[in-house]
Design a protein around this ligand. Structure first.
Ligand SMILES: Nc1ncnc2c1ncn2[C@@H]1O[C@H](COP(=O)(O)OP(=O)(O)OP(=O)(O)O)[C@@H](O)[C@H]1O
Length: 443
């Protein structure tokens, strides 16, 4: 059992232990150093359930740790089995990596560790750089693996051997007479890293003996370049961004490289993940000179309207016909899946541009049919919806969603709000509605 997480402390650290060559050496050396320093080590193993040998690896790791603990090394062994399966479109490798990271992080935090060590070394770093270069990566990919990184719950993930040659790890294993697992999948040529290791690396390092050191040095330069890109984007983005989206004229006023950097950073922030290079390139070539436009982005779309680029859900489904009666008189979210969204209903003080709850007890949702008249101010006149949308500068995608009626009386229109003829009287509490289309799924 892992100790209780409630009290993380510097006396414990964790090592991710696959049982392979590198993490065997790292765990053994760390445990010896921990012994000298009076610290404790958690050896963390993840059973992916993918190989027929996974049970044997788990058993090997457990018994190795028991042996070392019996010899007086201050370590304890912990493991987690992954369950589930890759999501549609997700590679087995990506699924295993995500699951492994999550399991390692949870076990480390649960065990009270603030530091988790991984055993990648300089050869791994050089390979990662090459693999990224072969995919056409920019600074973010070429930066390869960071030496340390603070992640969820303040846990620091560190790779203390990134500047150590693989030979140093092998020499340590030989010197200590340590045994380790040889993962059979390491020879599977379907994986790009294995092809690189088996077919390319021997020839590359024979022809360029300094390749490992040089490529991992390049990764360090790329890390610096990446930092600079981030710092520049942090300066450039605030004046470009508002609730309405990204100011395209100001973006395009930047130098091309700086505009591309700011756009990538904005997309990353907006989408919660890096945007495909093809989307960034397309936007940079198509945005100049455009006044309006839409670009598919995952299941949603990026939209240009009145000079601002923003992300929205793809156009809401049209309501097939009338729907109701609906009771929207209580605050909260009222879903209408048939129309691809729902209404947020919120109290709005007394009077003003809000609807009385009594009117919302029994309403009908209808698609726009043409000819509807909307009145935006109590002293105004009803006007066509088209004119009202234009006057209020409501972009096309905010006009999606059904209209609300009480009988034949128009109460509410997405993007415009409550019709002034239906507003709650002064002194009467009112409700405000907002249409929310279903969220935009990830890319
Ligand atoms: N199943 C696992 N359980 C715990 N940690 C793991 C596991 N797989 C990988 N790791 C950690 O991630 C590091 C990188 O793993 P990867 O498989 O990419 O490298 P590797 O060079 O084969 O390492 P090793 O020789 O230690 O297996 C490992 O050195 C180890 O610290």
């Amino acid at each position: 059992m892992l100790p209780d997480a409630s009290a993380p402390h510097a006396g414990v650290f964790a090592v991710a232990y696959s049982g392979g060559r590198d993490s065997t050496a790292l765990l053994h050396l760390s445990a010896r150093q921990a012994q000298a320093l009076g610290l404790r080590v958690l050896a963390l193993h993840v059973h992916h359930g993918l190989s027929a040998n996974a049970d044997a690896w788990l058993a090997h790791c457990e018994s190795q740790c028991q042996t070392w603990a019996a010899q007086g090394l201050p370590l304890s062994f912990h493991f987690r089995r992954l369950d589930g399966a890759p999501a549609a479109g997700q590679s087995i490798e990506a699924w295993a990596r995500e699951g492994r990271y999550r399991a390692l992080s949870e076990m480390a935090v649960q065990g009270g560790a603030l530091l988790l060590l991984l055993a990648q070394h300089r050869r791994d770093q050089a390979e990662t750089w090459l693999l990224q270069a072969l995919r056409g990566a920019g600074a973010a990919g070429l930066a390869a693996m960071p030496a340390h990184q603070t992640r969820e719950q303040g846990l620091v993930w560190a790779r203390p051997w990134l500047d150590q040659p693989r030979e140093a790890v092998e020499a340590y294993l030989a010197e200590q007479g340590l045994s380790f697992i040889d993962d059979d999948s390491n020879t599977d040529a379907r994986y790009a890293r294995n092809r690189l290791r088996l077919q390319v690396w021997p020839q590359l390092s024979a022809a360029f003996p300094g390749a490992e050191a040089a490529l991992s040095q390049s990764a360090q330069w790329a890390q610096q370049a990446l930092e600079l890109q981030r710092e520049l984007a942090a300066q450039d983005l605030p004046p470009l961004c508002s609730d309405q989206g990204l100011d395209v004229a100001v973006l395009l006023g930047l130098s091309p490289a700086r505009a591309s950097n700011a756009l990538r950073a904005w997309l990353q922030q907006t989408l919660g993940q890096a945007a495909p290079a093809s989307l960034v390139q397309r936007l940079l070539s198509e945005l100049p000179g455009r006044r309006v436009g839409t670009w598919p982005c995952g299941a949603g779309e990026l939209r240009l309207y009145r000079g601002r680029l923003s992300l929205g859900a793809a156009a809401a489904h049209d309501l097939p016909a009338e729907y109701g009666p609906l009771d929207l008189s209580r605050p909260g979210f009222h879903a209408l899946p048939q129309a691809g969204g729902g209404w947020w209903v919120e109290p709005a003080g007394e009077g003003g541009a809000a609807l009385p709850a009594s009117l919302l007890q029994s309403v009908h949702a209808r698609p726009r049919q043409g000819g509807e008249q909307f009145q935006s101010q109590p002293r105004g006149l009803p006007r066509s919806l088209k004119k009202c949308f234009q006057a209020a500068a409501v972009p096309a995608w905010q006009r999606g969603g059904p209209l609300l009626f009480a009988g034949d009386r128009l109460l509410w229109v997405p993007g415009l709000g409550a019709d002034a003829r239906a507003w709650a009287e002064a002194g009467t509490p009112g409700l405000k509605l907002r249409w929310q289309a279903d969220s935009v799924p990830a890319l």
